[in-house]
Design a protein around this ligand. Structure first.
Ligand SMILES: *[C@@H]1O[C@H](CO)[C@@H](O)[C@H](O)[C@H]1NC(C)=O
Ligand SMILES: *[C@@H]1O[C@H](CO)[C@@H](O)[C@H](O)[C@H]1NC(C)=O
Length: 385
């Protein structure tokens, strides 16, 4: 029966593309509106001229900022519709702010530089997100709401950059009332399989990309992205190729929480563009087994006055933090989260999700997160005021 439906669907898909669920084709604003919250849109300009899009689903309770991770965008917080974290928080009357980091499809703008013409636009490592984007986003929210502190929920690299913020710009620690870190990442070296492969080969891959002058990974207009979308959105092979062969080997397998029906919604929104240099920065962290700044090799002295890239000072990250980790998260394995939890001075809770299969993607995309994850988040939001 399923097979028959699939066949019919595929024939129709070829003819009309009608297999695509509506949510795969809507942008952030359309999604938010569909689920009851026409968003407000703020343009945030950073100290170094990048123009970011910050959305708000206004509500009467306190503000909560949602920060996406690598290759992702604000949409990630809405992909499960009524069961997504963004909509669930809005339904609970929170004032929900959802940001986009420089370089993704919603924040691909600058006061002077043109991302399509100026390579300088893409000179972005993880420091830039942490020391420019986050301060501009946070200060905008504090200014609009006239508050002194906010709570934040951040996924994956979205929380990595908060550790960078707290160590490089320590006066921002006091502006964060609470950081709930989903799939916490600082250290990379105990990551599994595909990550290890990627880590060891990233130099070679990076050289190839540089040769082709590729600074933007999976931008909407890039050939790679167009190819990926064709393959991943194919109803017959999309899930097998793009989840089972591409994403799950990096993030841990969970065929229960992310099933084939959700595949087109993921690839309607992901990947949303990311700077090549930032991914390379992660590989430096992986290779050196330390949470360090970008490694310029023989040029380090010019940038840092030292032959080695400096470590971020996790001891200076004094903001209050709740860590929530997945047992099956191959990108943020417990060994690494344990290490991070020991280095951070103000971890108030370290929660390991009870589901054995809970992986890196489940935090934002899992089918049952409303029941199996959000209660921890709401408890933490209520506990620390
Ligand atoms: C989402 O929830 C709202 C309120 O309960 C409901 O009216 C709406 O139909 C739901 N939307 C979808 C697509 O399920
Ligand atoms: C490097 O060190 C020298 C001598 O201590 C100092 O004058 C200079 O400002 C430093 N440069 C940087 C980039 O920190």
């Amino acid at each position: 029966m399923h097979f028959l439906i699939l066949i019919i669907c595929c024939v129709r898909a070829v003819l009309t593309q009608s297999c695509t669920p509506q949510d795969a084709t809507l942008n952030f604003e359309e999604l938010a509106t569909k689920y009851g919250y026409p968003p407000q849109k703020y343009k945030v300009t950073t100290e170094d001229g990048y123009i970011l899009t910050l959305y708000r689903l206004p509500g009467p309770r306190e503000p909560v900022l949602l920060q996406h991770g690598t290759l992702d965008s604000s949409s990630t917080w809405l992909l499960r519709g009524n069961n997504s974290l963004g909509i669930t928080l809005a339904n609970a009357n929170y004032d929900v702010w959802i940001s986009n980091l420089r370089g993704n499809k919603y924040s691909r703008d600058h006061t002077l530089l043109d991302p399509d013409k100026d390579d300088a636009y893409w000179n972005i490592d993880l420091d830039h997100f942490g020391t420019y984007d986050l301060p501009a986003i946070i200060d905008t929210i504090l200014h609009v709401t006239r508050l002194k502190k906010i709570k934040v929920i951040a996924h994956s690299a979205g929380n990595t950059i908060f550790y960078i913020l707290g160590s490089m710009r320590p006066n921002y620690n006091k502006k964060i009332k609470l950081l709930i870190a989903l799939a916490p990442i600082a250290y990379m070296h105990n990551s599994y399989n595909a990550v290890t492969w990627l880590g060891s080969n990233v130099r070679a891959l990076d050289d190839i990309l540089l040769n082709f002058n590729v600074h933007e990974l999976f931008g909407e207009t890039t050939l790679l992205q167009k190819l990926l979308k064709v393959v991943c959105n194919n109803p017959l092979i999309g899930y097998e190729v793009c989840l089972n062969r591409l994403l799950f080997p990096l993030t841990g397998f969970d065929n229960e929480q992310i099933k084939p029906d959700f595949n087109p919604i993921i690839f309607g929104h992901f990947p949303a563009g990311f700077p090549r240099k930032s991914l390379l920065h992660f590989s430096h962290i992986w290779r050196r087994k330390e949470f360090i700044r970008f490694d310029y090799g023989s040029q380090n002295y010019r940038f840092y006055n030292s032959t080695e890239p400096p470590r971020y000072n996790l001891g200076a990250v004094t903001m209050r933090i709740v860590l929530i980790a997945g047992r099956n998260d191959w990108l943020a394995p417990l060994k690494n989260v344990n290490l991070l939890s020991k280095k951070l001075p103000n971890v108030v809770q370290y929660i390991i999700h009870p589901l054995k299969q809970f992986n890196h993607l489940d935090f934002t995309w899992g089918e049952n997160v409303k029941e199996n994850l959000f209660p921890y988040i709401f408890d933490a939001l209520n506990m620390y005021s």
